[in-house]
Ligand binder design. Structure first.
Ligand code: BG6
Length: 513
């Protein structure tokens, strides 16, 4: 990076949770690794009245509480220096007049830090504020590059839209003010080291890619389970649900990386073109497909190991007869040459037994059974398990001969855990994404056309659930693996969902592959 090029990160929603939990700790980690330019400052923007000092104190508490694995040296000079670069301005973000003050403050900071008017705007506000903020930035010309070689970029948090129409509408409003190459739509799953490793696993190993198609793969499974419920986000979640919150973005992005064609180069354009093609190849779901292949569930009250767990409808700010889904499992197909007739199964849910996100590639069994397990049944097919979190790693399951007489087969695994790389820590997703945006690399951000393509796929489900509210919503006791009906989605007698870490408790964060 050209460190002489400074910048100001302008965070809208600076008094909110995301800033203190994720953004500032991520910046602090970047600073520790000397990855931030020397001329760097943050301007927090919010309605809450605060001066710089109060903002710095609030952020310091966040750093102490939420910083990832690298201990941020709170006491030393570099820490002091980092904190001194955090500034704050209180404005009414809906009031266009207030942006004149914002512009003045930015220009003063620009002179103080010599940042060549490079501004990175981060929208960490509720989504209903996006449009007004973007318009106001535009009307005060804060979208324009006024100094030669300077840049203005904007990061927009998810959810990007609420359905296809609103996503299209938002895209068109954003693009009236900023050009596509200035816009960074964030999906924090793409910032996860292990998600990026899907590309490396596939495209830098000669052994996997020849097998990565309908000829050798039986089906693909993606699970993203959370042990927590909706916590204090009931108000937001009740208007979103698992389909909008997790499937439209995080899970479909994972599917795209697993299913995409090899890009011609590793640049943002090639990679994003290939992920878009996957979304465009998703077989549209008919009403019958949705009724048969999309299962929604909602957690109900339960007692786990003596601990009372509230049902979803008892959570704060959730409607008492809410039909919002906290669990979705679905089956679908990608209609292209590579994946013809290979089913994809994905599922996500809150208050499942453990937190785990993993991809399982189920290979086809050997064509002719010579050897069986001791129980007399054939070896289950080979599986490649890519563990995104926690206990990140990769496991290849295969059959080996049981030592001794005869030819009995036992399933064993070749197992790699990131924790074995003793000298490497896994950077937090926000750390990677903020740095990429500072460097102008949009590879790990969603392009407008992709976001619309994922909404196009999801929209018929949202519509059907709205038009037919009687569509089954299965209850599942909090702390279990979701509705049992999801098991019947996998229509092969030899397969079920993989239930990872079966023996672990909900509060364990370690989950052996
Ligand atoms: C967010 C969702 O995007 O992702 C949350 O809004 C969810 O509901 C979270 O809990 C999961 O992220 P992670 O990184 O903890 O798997």
């Amino acid at each position: 990076m050209d460190k002489s090029k400074g910048l100001i990160l302008v965070i809208f929603g600076a008094s909110g949770d995301l800033t203190v939990r994720k953004l500032i700790p991520a910046l602090c980690d970047l600073k520790n690794q000397q990855l931030l330019p020397k001329n760097f400052a943050v301007l927090g923007v919010g309605r809450t009245e605060m001066d710089d000092k109060a903002f710095q104190e609030k952020m310091l508490n966040g750093i102490r509480e939420f910083l990832s694995q690298t201990p941020c040296a709170i006491a030393n000079d570099s820490q002091e220096e980092f904190l001194s670069k955090l500034h704050y301005i209180s404005i009414n973000t809906s009031d266009s007049n207030d942006y004149a003050r914002l512009k003045q403050r930015l220009s003063a900071l620009d002179s103080q830090y010599n940042t060549s008017e490079n501004y990175l705007f981060y929208l960490a506000t509720p989504p209903n504020m996006y449009e007004v903020i973007i318009n106001n930035l535009g009307s005060h010309e804060l979208n324009k590059n006024t100094v030669p070689d300077s840049w203005k970029r904007i990061i927009i948090e998810k959810p990007f839209g609420y359905d296809l129409n609103s996503a299209r509408d938002l895209n068109s409003k954003v693009l009236k003010v900023f050009s596509e190459d200035q816009v960074y739509r964030i999906d924090h799953y793409l910032g996860k080291e292990t998600v990026q490793n899907i590309l490396v696993t596939r495209f830098s190993n000669g052994i996997f890619e020849p097998l990565w198609n309908r000829n050798f793969i039986h089906h693909i499974e993606v699970t993203s389970a959370e042990s927590i419920g909706v916590e204090n986000r009931g108000g937001y979640y009740d208007t979103a649900g698992a389909l909008r919150d997790m499937i439209q973005n995080h899970l479909l992005q994972i599917v795209a990386l697993v299913a995409m064609e090899p890009p011609a180069t590793s640049d943002a354009r090639s990679i994003r073109n290939e992920t878009l093609k996957v979304f465009q190849s998703l077989r549209p779901l008919t009403e019958t497909d949705i009724e048969q292949n999309v299962i929604r569930g909602q957690y109900t009250a339960s007692t786990i190991k003596g601990k009372q767990m509230a049902g979803y409808r008892d959570e704060a700010n959730v409607g008492y007869c809410s039909k919002t889904e906290t669990y979705v499992a679905m089956k679908f197909f990608i209609d292209n040459w590579r994946w013809s007739d290979v089913p994809f199964y994905i599922r996500t849910g809150k208050h499942l037994p453990i937190r785990v996100t993993e991809i399982v590639i189920h290979f086809k069994p050997s064509p002719h059974v010579l050897f069986t397990k001791e129980t007399g049944v054939p070896m289950t097919s080979n599986q490649l398990v890519i563990r995104i979190q926690p206990d990140e790693g990769i496991l290849l399951k295969f059959g080996m001969k049981v030592p001794g007489s005869g030819f009995k087969v036992q399933e064993v695994g070749m197992d790699f855990h990131y924790s074995q790389l003793s000298d490497k820590r896994l950077p937090d997703a926000y750390e990677r994404l903020l740095l990429d945006c500072i460097l102008g690399d949009a590879t790990l951000f969603s392009r407008g056309d992709s976001v619309e393509a994922t909404w196009s796929f999801i929209d018929p489900i949202l519509k059907l659930w709205k038009e037919k509210p009687q569509t089954k919503l299965f209850g599942y006791p909090a702390g279990t693996w979701g509705p049992e009906n999801a098991d019947s989605l996998i229509d092969s007698p030899d397969h079920t969902w993989r239930y990872p870490c079966k023996n672990l408790t909900a509060d364990s964060n370690y989950c052996e592959l």
